[in-house]
Write a protein that binds this ligand. Structure first.
Ligand SMILES: Cc1cc2nc3c(=O)[nH]c(=O)nc-3n(C[C@H](O)[C@H](O)[C@H](O)COP(=O)(O)OP(=O)(O)OC[C@H]3O[C@@H](n4cnc5c(N)ncnc54)[C@H](O)[C@@H]3O)c2cc1C
Length: 600
């Protein structure tokens, strides 16, 4: 609801920001906040990704950063109006710092700031050449010795990494590496992406043949080049692979496919990384100043060692090796696990006429896709959201503006609604013996994803197969022993098996770092992902942000990029700007770098 008095209220707050910050009257600014308050900053104030919780933390940050950052020109974003909902005013803001332009989102309750999001949009003097500033592409006229675009690209490919060094090397060319590569390209930061697969997009292509993205298209757009508006809601994995390959080309990325990263070492004397890779049968070392790990936020496949596994006469493999079930028609399969991959593989088995049993060891959260889209994501990422003026850029900021501490409270009612909408399916699943959960506090899918990155299935049809018994289920048990043609469960049941699929997830990313760099560096970096929520697989203390993602780590010049497509799109903006600032030699005083509490 548009209300000019509400605009006046926000304007008064911004006026105080404008008057007080230049005079270092930080207490006066902190006093504008509610006792229950959060300031989430994406790089603009802290050169970090940081949530300050409570007035004391906000004051401390301002006292530390206020003079360095020099924030001015706080204003209501002229493209937006202040809205009021349930006693909370919401306002879009713009501001400047000494080095950057920023935008933000403020929520005010009882006359005081409840949540504030501040984000860096661009560095002054280093703006991306987009829109009105797009490059000409050609210099009209006759120019002796001019280079064509093709010649320029070829020259870059022949020299970068050989006779000239990139500022950044990104190890891993899945969606995470590609998206950050595009940001760096637009920002003019020389970068090379190292990928062992033969083609960009292969990390999706190499998966099982019936896989489609579980997230809908509105959530998945890549930066700069959104999907066209006839793109399917759920992208088939090979189509996603082709899009990534095309994107890598048209974004002019220096993408070294078929290149394996073998070893990485930090040369202290030269303050640069030495990244040894094998390319076209040759070993060579690239020497960037900054290193980004984009290997996927989980590590090696985790396969339990079960007594007797070596005696099994059928096939047994990790879910990541599953391609299709065609060869197993008429045979018996056991799938150990009950999360996304386990469900998708069981559904593929049913389609190919396999007799499959799912072994569910512990409870699983099930989010039916339709309800997820209608109730949980729809307000921000859907056709309706677009009609309401919320495109994915705006949606990303709205979502980012909700501090992780209060996110569960926002999510719980949505998943309560899911329980009602899908009551019939959930009841039938439980009747079939399926162990259901909605997270320890009922906050559902997204919190589970952020806290532990596992423990759920976005139901795209396999839950019905479990509920109606097409997929047989044994729950609350594990495999105790494997015999040549069967598995024995912990409750004593013996199941015949021609194939065993271990849908048992992945280890920690630190294992990869330990192998590629060193165990010491992996330990210094510490655990990646999780919020410190003190819930299963996410031990405390509370961190307030995802550990080590997209922000400075305890290992200088080492960064981690990853997550789902939405997170990659949104947070690559901030990782890109952090790297650009370092490339240009700007001062980047990091505030509140997180301590390491867990090693993996
Ligand atoms: C059933 C299912 C549905 C899913 N649906 C979605 C969805 O809808 N949306 C979504 O965003 N995610 C989805 N995911 C998760 C998705 O798999 C991850 O989000 C995505 O793969 C992460 O991308 P990434 O680039 O971080 O890692 P990866 O895709 O794992 O890429 C890492 C890359 O590093 C390369 N690499 C590894 N080691 C080396 C080395 N030594 N040298 C060179 N290269 C190396 C690998 O080849 C790989 O290409 C789904 C997953 C499953 C199982």
């Amino acid at each position: 609801m548009l209300d000019t008095t509400n605009e006046t209220k926000i304007q008064q707050i911004l006026d105080t920001f404008n008057q007080s910050l230049p005079k270092s009257e930080f207490k006066r600014v902190a006093d504008l906040f509610h006792d229950d308050c959060y300031w989430r900053d994406l790089v603009s104030f802290t050169w970090n990704i940081k949530t300050l919780e409570g007035k004391a933390q906000i004051l401390e940050m301002l006292e530390h950063q206020g003079k360095l950052i020099e924030a001015t020109k706080w204003a209501l974003d002229p493209r937006e109006t202040v809205t009021a909902d349930d006693g909370v005013l919401t306002a879009w803001l713009t501001f400047d710092t000494k080095l950057a332009r920023g935008s933000g989102l403020m929520r005010v309750k009882e006359g005081k700031i409840w949540t504030l999001l501040t984000t860096m949009v661009e560095l002054k003097g280093f703006e991306e050449e987009i829109g009105e500033n797009r490059p000409q592409g050609v210099e009209h006229g006759a120019h002796v010795g001019r280079k064509t675009w093709r010649e320029g690209r070829d020259e870059e490919a022949q020299t970068l990494g050989y006779t000239t060094q990139p500022f950044v090397v990104i190890v891993g060319g899945g969606q995470a590496g590609i998206i950050l590569g595009a940001r760096l390209r637009k920002l003019g930061v020389p970068a090379i992406i190292i990928e062992k697969n033969a083609k960009a997009g292969d990390s999706w292509r190499n998966r099982y043949k019936n896989l489609c993205l579980h997230d809908p298209v509105w959530y998945d757009h890549l930066p700069y080049l959104p999907f066209p508006n006839d793109w399917p809601v759920f992208t088939p994995k090979d189509k996603m692979g082709d899009w990534l390959e095309m994107y890598t080309k048209v974004m002019e990325l220096n993408y070294w496919h078929s290149t394996s990263c073998k070893k990485i070492h930090f040369n202290e004397a030269r303050q640069e990384w030495e990244v040894t890779v094998e390319r076209e049968g040759r070993e060579l070392t690239i020497k960037p100043k900054e290193l980004v790990i984009a290997l996927g936020v989980s590590g090696y496949q985790s396969v339990p060692k079960i007594q007797g596994h070596e005696s099994f006469l059928g096939d047994q493999f990790h879910s990541s090796k599953f391609a299709s079930a065609e060869h197993y028609r008429g045979k018996k399969a056991v799938v150990l696990g009950s999360n996304n991959s386990a469900h998708d593989i069981c559904a593929a088995m049913i389609e190919d006429g396999v007799d499959v049993t799912m072994i569910q060891r512990s409870s699983t959260h099930i989010s039916p896709s339709k309800t997820l889209m209608d109730v949980v994501l729809g307000g921000l990422y859907s056709e309706q959201a677009i009609k309401n003026g919320i495109d994915h850029h705006k949606a990303d900021l709205i979502f980012a503006s909700i501090p992780y501490k209060v996110l569960p409270a926002f999510q719980i009612p949505l998943f309560e609604e899911m329980k009602i909408r899908d009551a019939d399916l959930f009841a039938r699943l439980e009747k079939a013996g399926f162990l259901l959960d909605f997270g320890v506090d009922g906050s559902g899918l997204f919190m589970k994803y952020l806290r532990r990155g596992s423990g759920y299935y976005i139901d795209v049809g396999a839950s019905e197969l479990v509920a109606n018994g097409s997929v047989k289920l044994k729950s609350g048990v594990n495999i105790k022993e494997i015999k040549p043609r069967s598995v024995v469960l912990t409750d004593g049941t013996e199941l015949e098996a021609d194939v065993i699929v271990y849908a048992t997830g992945y280890g920690s990313m630190n294992q990869w770092l330990a192998d590629l760099i060193s165990p010491e560096v992996a330990q210094r970096l510490g655990k990646v992902w999780g919020l410190g929520s003190d819930t299963p697989k996410d031990p405390g203390p509370w961190e307030g942000e995802l550990r080590n993602m997209w922000k400075p780590t305890q290992v200088p010049h080492l960064w981690v990029q990853g997550g789902n497509l939405h997170q990659n799109r949104h947070y690559s903006q901030f990782l890109g700007l952090q790297l650009k600032a370092r490339y240009e030699g700007l001062q980047t005083p990091v505030y509140g770098a997180a301590d390491v509490h867990h090693l993996s």
